[in-house]
Design a protein around this ligand. Structure first.
Ligand SMILES: Nc1ncnc2c1ncn2[C@@H]1O[C@H](COP(=O)(O)OP(=O)(O)O)[C@@H](O)[C@H]1O
Ligand SMILES: [Mg+2]
Length: 320
């Protein structure tokens, strides 16, 4: 597999007046192969966007190197050549013109890339088709739903037919149905041969889409590899899964002060309390836990294989 991104000990610090220097990315190294969907996972503030910005030449690294499609991202002589071959989808409300229709937006960006007018009509049709907006070509963006805007963001980023597409949390804040359709667009783009770098903090999204990934925590890589490899990193700790009739918060209080135990999730499902927790040292004595949770009415207790989410929470220390 050809390598399209090579990152070595990349660092980005921010200094804001009156405050200590903040290290957003603290020396990360990884490679991305051509055609991969590569995930950058991590909680808010982990350094995902900063990493994407450095790789897409929007932000200069403090130190370290990044080669993208063979170009050094800091080389001024080639930065325009590189920009022609990549693009970024960063969602949110910026980057689209609300008074213009979907088609007019795409034509505007096509002009920026110097695409001849006579090619634009066909190109717009094709791109709007790819993201499922063929019937919205003449609708103004101000009348778009959030999901439609996100699709148009993706179409906009395809105007220069990039080999490499950076997508920064492309489904954040979208409802589950729309997120699913966006994931399907991402999969289609990958099948069409594009390499995709995707940031997310949704584990199911990473599990569904990513060939390989890194997990960032406070600017450092705490996990790297395929989903299976990352789950293996925490295979020492089975996860205890308990379902109780009553809220077991009292029983979980002891875990908060115990550095060995991590509560990976606790939620209510169908009126019952569903709790998963792991022990870093692998102490998963179900008998002892059974005693602790008995007062809350145990419906189910057992050991589970760690899921990607369990691994993520262990590796990032449960940061939100
Ligand atoms: N322009 C900036 N100035 C100062 N600090 C910043 C700037 N951009 C990001 N940071 C800080 O760097 C850290 C990483 O941010 P970011 O890369 O946006 O994380 P993520 O995308 O994973 O949520 C955060 O602590 C954030 O506050
Ligand atoms: Mg971000």
């Amino acid at each position: 597999m050809k390598t399209v991104i090579e990152v070595n000990d990349l660092v980005r610090k921010f200094s804001t007046r009156g405050r200590p220097t903040k290290t957003a990315v603290g020396g990360i190294s990884f490679d991305v192969g051509q055609g991969e969907i590569f995930g950058i996972l991590g909680p808010n503030g982990a350094g995902k966007t900063t990493t994407i910005k450095m790789l897409s030449t929007l932000l200069i690294p403090t130190s370290g190197t990044a080669r993208v499609l063979g170009y050094d991202v800091t080389d001024d002589r080639t930065v325009m050549d590189l920009r022609k071959r990549i693009n970024v989808v960063s969602g949110g409300d910026r980057g689209l013109y609300y008074r213009l229709s979907a088609k007019q937006n795409l034509e505007f960006f096509a002009d920026l890339y110097g695409i001849p007018k006579r090619e634009q009509t066909e190109m717009c049709q094709k791109l709007l088709g790819m993201v499922g907006l063929m019937n919205a070509a003449d609708i103004k963006v101000e009348d778009f739903s959030r999901g439609m805007k996100q699709r148009l963001h993706i179409a906009r980023a395809l105007v220069n037919d990039p080999e490499l597409l950076f997508m920064d949390e492309p489904t954040i804040g979208l409802d589950p149905e729309i997120s699913r359709s966006i994931r399907s667009v991402i999969r289609d783009l990958s099948r069409s041969g594009k390499t995709i770098i995707l940031t997310t903090h949704y584990m199911y999204e990473a599990e569904e889409l990513c060939d390989r990934m890194i997990i960032l925590s406070r600017g450092n890589i705490v996990g790297k590899g395929t989903v299976a490899e990352i789950k293996d990193m925490v295979s020492d700790s089975s996860v205890v899964h308990i379902v109780t009739d009553r809220d077991p918060s009292e029983a979980l209080k002891g875990f908060v002060s115990d550095p060995d135990m991590t509560v990976v999730s606790s939620r209510t499902v169908g009126g019952r309390y569903d709790t998963r927790f792991a022990s870093a040292s692998g102490k998963t004595d179900v008998g002892a836990h059974e005693d602790l949770f008995r007062p809350f009415g145990i419906r189910l207790i057992g050991l589970d294989e760690p899921t990607l989410e369990d691994a993520y929470i262990r590796l990032t220390g449960g940061d939100e």
